[in-house]
Design a protein. Sequence first.
Length: 499
Amino acid sequence: MRRVDRIQQSLPGILTARQLALRTSIPPHSSVASRAQYSQAVAVAAPAAEEPSSSSNRADEFWRKVPMWKDVSTDEFISWSWTKKNVVEHHSRSAPENLKGILASVLPDYVPFTSNASLVQSREEFIKDIFDGIAESSMSLRIMPHVFSHINWQDPRHDPVFRQFIPLKSLIQPDHPKSVYDSLHENHDSPVSGLVHRYPDKALFLPISVCPTYCLYCTRSYAVGADTSDVSKQQMKPILKRWEAAFKYIEDTPQITDVVVSGGDAYYLSPEQLAYIGERLIKIPNVKKFRIASKGLGVAPNRILDPNDQWSDALLWVHRLALKAGKRAALHTHINHPNEISWVTEEACRKLIEGGLTIRNQSVLLHGINDNVQTISKLIRALAEDLRISPYYVYQCDMVKKVEHLRTPLQTIMDIEAKIRGSIAGFDMPQFIVDLPEGGGKRLAGSYLSYDRDTGVSRYMAPAVTGGGTKENKVYEYYDPLPPTAQMDLTLRSLGGAD
Ligand code: SF4
């Protein structure tokens, strides 16, 4: 008898409900009946709802600043079903009037163009700038109400939340000649659809390719979200047959002990799907640990608190099942700026952490958003001390297309690390990382073989990432963003004005 089965038999209350809901292998598109059965399972397994933290400030109904939500109560805002109905989005099949109307309702007559407002754009010019940006972007637009409510609509161009998710044509710069979609070569390292096997002991499982909010700098822009004018997405649908091919590969590859469940975003898996994946991984003998990667805690933390939604119950249920099996499950989330954090985030973290879950955060360093010591220091403290999340990684932005205006030189991330180290406890200090182009994996930013600050080229090796012998002794190169003069040259060339 396998260990998980023994554990289930020792927990008869959970087993009975689980037998109803999960022993029958809930398919990804679960029926109404299986949803009800699963509800019984998590009702047995989940702890009672907690009172709000004394430090949380429920009086701050920040979403009411948005005119269309001025009458929305806290209970409504917390509700996941209200959230899904109020997502702000735009893609190739949307009527532009919808987004235009929403933007017109939040924007002032004039929007600062320069930080001191010596130049301004009219509201109409700014909305056109957004739509022209959407036409160029690699990501479709989708924003959760929690995020939308945290944008400073009086000065959006300089707002660190706005700039992560809403493109402006006037900010987009020509791509670096070495930037490509799928810059990390995930497709090259995928033995089956939606499973990246790059490190000897770790696999990245992509069960879904949609997210609650789309980030302009997404490294998986080749697959995530709806098609854009520039990218036909390589969608990864939540289909059991595709998932099972990935699970079989993991089962047949005993050196894989660690699995990252990402996407897209696991937040757009149903609770049943999340429970199914968790249980399936726990039952694979060689899998010792796994993480559920989700920006949901950052962009829609209200869902965790919604008493009528079971995603967080499913997550905690999986966590407890893993512990009982002698394994580890964790949540990896993605918050880049302290302005993204609210009392809702604090309460959501509290619920998960008091449920025993380990949560780690992965930030991306982004030009004009968080690329300074003060912001990253404040973020680390907010994560570690207010939310009790491990500030695990700060990433150099990947070399994917359409993100040149958001990338920073390697020197910036090293300078920030050097200035922060020593100012905060070592165990709260993130690793400052470059995810090497062409699939070299993550390396400490300062661990380069060489870094020419004039050309902006840094070189790394990754001895443990052998790619089955195809990557042995490979040298990986990361390129800083082009300096302004080179950018001007590229722009002129694209316009046919330089030779
Ligand atoms: S949440 Fe992650 S996968 Fe989704 S768009 Fe953002 S970076 Fe990409």
